[in-house]
Ligand binder design. Structure first.
Ligand SMILES: [Zn+2]
Length: 1002
């Protein structure tokens, strides 16, 4: 097949992947779309050249934006003036002409055909004929050809492809059913009548048109007329306005030296050399405007006091550093520019910037204002079918009961036949019957199929030419947002550049903590002065490990790693951030590194020359940048070629590409004095690790933030925890875990109080006062009223509070139950009684002034501490009082339960009983069916490992019990102690109270 056209309905969704796949297989890709015209008619448009492509984008955008989401339709008049460079085909049987013919209206068909001919011009319009062994096929195609001949229009045989092979028809039916939200057996005409809508070879097409071989041949004439070679280099970026007399490059250069003088004192030869090198690459690939654009965004953020910092590979660039886009010095931390940008690479990288949560939206609005909505849009992500969505949607199409599907979907972990049938067996029992097998098979087939477009978290595209000439736009599900039709990952392949403007809650946390320190301690913190990040106290804390609330190093897996890792300097944090990732774990680099780190294994290097390159990581290749350096030191590659090698190793691993590079590498290595065997050995190691490494620049950018959060936690815990609680949800733990951690660090946490608490948590006389936002059931409006009223004077009674705030009764009840009125000195039960009386009076519409509370005489016993703790969890999701485990301690002691603090005294293999509040449950895909549980008691945490056979035996308790009692054995792993669970001693309890706190399976 020499050429193939992709014509999605009203969109170019598959275009980029199609172009790439077609090129790889040597097929000429033709870009087009099947547009829906007003009246519901279909029309196929193909782009002949760049002008045609731009027109196609405009037309699709028009059709999409003129109507509701998912219901595009183009008004005929828009075709006028936008048909240059487009070839039109009359469409499938739903084309206007075909429809007239099907309804035996020859006159109408002729008129329509003449109208199309006028709009698209002679040669620009073709009659399309299709045969799919459907009833009307032969008559319709013959009628169409007669009409074409009569009007002197060319005609062409096409194929209405909806799947590649006949066997995929059931899947297509299911997709149709999902699209129309109608069960399969009610689809009727919406379902295609047979299995003929598959991709056919030239021979098969000729067989279908024995009477009109010329119709088949004409398709290659059309293919010849389409000579589109998409190239946006000229238009991909807006020209950045620069001072008169300067070019963009000169201006960028000037800004860089300005920045360098601020950041480096003195500006060394090395800095100048690196700057000049980077600038020359930037100039040659034509990215001056891009750097200026990003610089401008960061400059705006700085002006508005919005925290902003670049992440990702861009952190390897000195230009980005001196322009204040990134915050880690690439020279000091040995980061590599070529991982980010090199001439050899061919594709354009993008720069990702994190902003504080509140600041990000402001920055996006700035971009819209600065470049106009015609030139800036949000990028979309194509959401694909995953296990749960597949089960729900496919099952629904097949007519399975929704509640059953829901149960299956909730219990599925992983995505293969086994995982699916396991989930179904759990929910249903036997699944051998045909319908179940059918469901499993379809779910597998649909896996990773595009499902819908979603707005990407922060990706923006900003173009020089108007966006509608570059890429079609459509509505997002979210009201008022317009997205481009190309997936975020496809943008670079198209030669366009996106900028990720992301939100990072940690930046909000750091900003708020610094402000709180200034307000309450009168200390003005300059986090930039923390360099060179060498405070031993901070490393001590990380080794402990005492990292709850710290950026990137607080997770269960990180906490397991830290005691073995024993970070002592900044580069160790960089490794720590990089190493607990799927890549390095799959690449099996973590184990050898830790063995060496703990001194169990000797540090060796693949070759003595590599010692300087791999010294920081003890001879193990962990960072992507190291692949580039090894390639350069041993194989004599330029860093840019090294990046090509790394990409070849990480992508689909084309054997041929890698072998070609091997030959070059070995040749270079021999020039460097290595033997063939040595060279091959080093290359094999590279190939084994190369694809799994982590980007050091990215890890370093994050590590700096890790250090800053650690600094705040260590020296300003009160401000740190206050800010941490105010920026939830973020990080790895629920607020209740953070509060317990705060208590263990000597922070006094005060519960909510109607006269003391604000909406957010505050610092009150050296203690953390919990904010009213934590009380369930109090909305924003109520909070504002409460605070505004209090400015007029404190509340002195419940009645007064009710009258002044007019809060809903359940909200007031909640406030009473968590002790927000305790400062009035009345027991909570009495207050609840009073509230009931007040409400009764209010309901009988008595005047507030004459309101009496007969119940004032009634007196109840106060709540017990246990009841108070329970209510705290229920209403606040945390407690400022004693940990819930304290109430069990006595009972636990009797049955031999060991507290977390005493676990350290036990020996490896010793039998042990533990218990506590589950704060984390995890089942990492790399853990082969193991489940990890973190328990919390009043002293700290206990990590429990549950092996698959134990998971199986105590399935529900393991997955759901909030307060398990576990018997097992101590496992000592270096400085880490875990408990290997053997038995779960309690039954599952379905207590409301304890349900919400654990972060299960995130
Ligand atoms: Zn159609």
């Amino acid at each position: 097949m020499p050429a193939l056209a992709l014509t999605d309905h009203d969109g170019l969704y598959g275009m980029v992947k199609f172009i790439i796949a077609a090129r790889e297989t040597g097929i000429k890709p033709i870009i087009g779309a099947e547009l829906t015209l007003d009246g519901g008619y279909h029309l196929t448009l193909l782009a002949q050249n760049q002008t045609g492509y731009s027109n196609l984008c405009r037309l699709i955008t028009r059709a999409q934006l003129d109507h509701e989401k998912g219901d595009p339709s183009l008004a005929w008049r828009y075709l006028d003036g936008h048909t240059d460079g487009l070839l039109a085909l009359s469409g499938c049987h739903r084309g206007e002409i075909a429809q007239h013919l099907i309804h035996r209206d020859t006159k109408g068909a002729m008129e329509a055909a003449q109208r199309y001919l006028r709009v698209f011009g002679p040669g620009g319009f073709w009659i399309e004929v299709q045969r799919h062994l459907v009833g009307y096929d032969n008559r319709l195609s013959n009628d169409l050809i007669v009409l074409a001949k009569e009007l002197g229009i060319g005609y062409v045989a096409t194929n209405n492809v909806h799947y590649t092979a006949p066997k995929s028809r059931p899947l297509q039916d299911v997709l149709t059913s999902i699209k129309h939200n109608t069960p399969l057996d009610e689809l009727g005409d919406l379902r295609r009548p047979n299995s003929e809508f598959y991709l056919k070879s030239v021979e098969e097409m000729l067989d279908l048109f024995p009477d009109h071989p010329e119709a088949v041949a004409n398709s290659s004439r059309i293919a010849e007329q389409c000579q589109l070679d998409l190239n946006f280099t000229e238009h991909r970026l807006p020209e950045f306005p620069v001072p008169t007399g300067l070019s963009a490059f000169e201006y960028l250069r000037w800004l860089c030296y300005e920045g360098a003088r601020r950041k480096y004192q003195p500006v060394s030869r090395r800095v100048i050399d690196q700057l000049e090198h980077e600038l020359s690459v930037i100039h040659r690939v034509g990215l001056e405007d891009y750097f200026l654009l990003v610089w401008d965004i960061c400059r705006y953020a700085q002006e508005r006091d919005i925290p902003a910092q670049g992440r990702g590979s861009a952190a390897g660039s000195v230009v980005a550093y001196v322009l204040d886009i990134t915050r880690v010095d690439p020279i000091e931390h040995d980061l590599l520019f070529e991982r980010f940008l090199s001439e050899e690479r061919g594709t354009i990288p993008d720069i990702d910037i994190d902003f504080s949560r509140e600041g990000r939206e402001e920055v996006i609005q700035y971009v819209y204002r600065r470049y106009g909505e015609d030139h800036a849009a949000m990028v979309c992500t194509v959401i694909t079918f995953q296990a749960r969505s597949a089960i729900r949607e496919v099952g629904k199409a097949l007519g399975f009961p929704p509640d059953l599907l829901d149960r299956i979907a909730k219990s599925v972990y992983g995505f293969d036949t086994e995982a699916l049938s396991r989930a179904m067996t759990n929910a249903r029992g036997r699944v051998e019957a045909l319908p179940w097998q059918h469901l499993i098979s379809l779910c597998e087939q649909i896996w990773d199929y595009p499902r819908h477009l979603s707005v990407h978290v922060g990706g923006m595209i900003i173009t020089g030419s108007p966006l509608v000439e570059v890429i079609p736009l459509e509505r997002a599900r979210k009201e008022g947002i317009v997205v481009i039709q190309v997936d975020k990952d496809d943008i670079a392949d198209l030669g366009l550049i996106k900028t990720d403007l992301l939100s990072l809650a940690t930046l909000s946390l750091v900003k708020e903590a610094v402000e709180l320190v200034e307000e309450t301690e009168g200390v003005s913190l300059d986090l930039d002065s923390l360099t060179p990040f060498d405070d031993p106290g901070i490393y001590e804390m990380m080794c402990e490990p005492d990292t709850i609330g710290l950026f990137q190093v607080e997770s269960r897996a990180q906490i397991q790693m830290l005691p073995k890792m024993q970070p002592r300097e900044f580069s160790d944090i960089v490794v720590e951030v990089a190493i607990v990732r799927p890549g390095p774990i799959q690449g099996k680099m973590v184990h050898p590194y830790l063995q060496r780190r703990q001194g169990f294994e000797k540090v060796t290097y693949p070759h003595p020359k590599l010692e300087p390159v791999l010294k920081d990581t003890l001879g193990v290749i962990i960072f992507q940048e190291q692949v580039l350096k090894v390639a350069s030191v041993i194989g004599g590659f330029t860093p840019g070629e090294g990046e090509l090698l790394r990409r070849a190793m990480s992508r689909k691993r084309s054997y041929e590409d890698i072998e070609k590079l091997r030959t070059r590498f070995v040749r270079g290595a021999m020039r460097n004095g290595l033997s063939v065997t040595q060279a091959n050995q080093v290359f094999d190691q590279l190939a084994a690790f190369g694809g799994y490494g982590f980007c050091k620049s990215h890890a370093a950018a994050f590590a700096r933030t890790t250090y800053e959060t650690a600094y705040l936690k260590l020296y300003h815990p009160l401000a740190f925890y206050t800010a941490l609680l105010n920026n939830q949800p973020m990080g790895f733990y629920a607020p209740c875990v953070i509060v317990e951690d705060a208590k263990r660090h000597g922070v006094t946490v005060l519960s909510v109080d109607i006269n003391g608490s604000h909406g957010r948590c505050t610092i009150e006389n050296g203690a953390l006062r919990l904010g009213l936002e934590y009380v369930d059931g109090i909305g924003e409006v109520a909070l504002k009223t409460l605070e505004r009223e209090r400015e007029q004077g404190s509340y002195s009674s419940l009645r007064e509070f009710c009258e002044r705030t007019r809060l809903a009764t359940p909200a007031i009840e909640n406030l009473i139950m968590v002790g927000a009125f305790d400062s009035l000195g009345i027991p909570r039960r009495d207050l609840l009684w009073q509230l009931g009386e007040i409400k009764k009076n209010r309901d009988t519409k008595q005047k507030a002034l004459s309101l009496t509370v007969p119940g004032e005489a009634v007196s109840f016993e106060d709540l017990t501490p246990w009841e108070k703790t329970g209510l705290d969890y229920l209403v606040l999701g945390l407690t400022t009082g004693p940990h819930i485990a304290t109430y069990y301690r006595e009972m636990w002691r009797k049955i031999g339960v060991v507290a977390s603090k005493d676990l350290d005294h036990l020996q490896d293999g010793q039998k042990v009983r533990v218990a506590g509040f589950v704060i984390v449950r995890q089942q990492p895909s790399t853990a082969k069916g193991h489940i990890f549980i973190s328990l919390e008691d009043e002293f700290g945490h206990i990590n429990v490992i549950v092996r698959p056979h134990v998971v199986k035996r105590y399935h529900k308790i393991v997955r759901r019990e909030p307060f398990p009692l576990i018997e097992g054995r101590v496992v000592v792993d270096g400085k880490v102690r875990n408990v290997l669970a053997e038995r779960f001693l309690n039954r599952l309890r379905t207590s409301q109270l304890l349900k919400s706190a654990s972060h299960d399976f995130r």
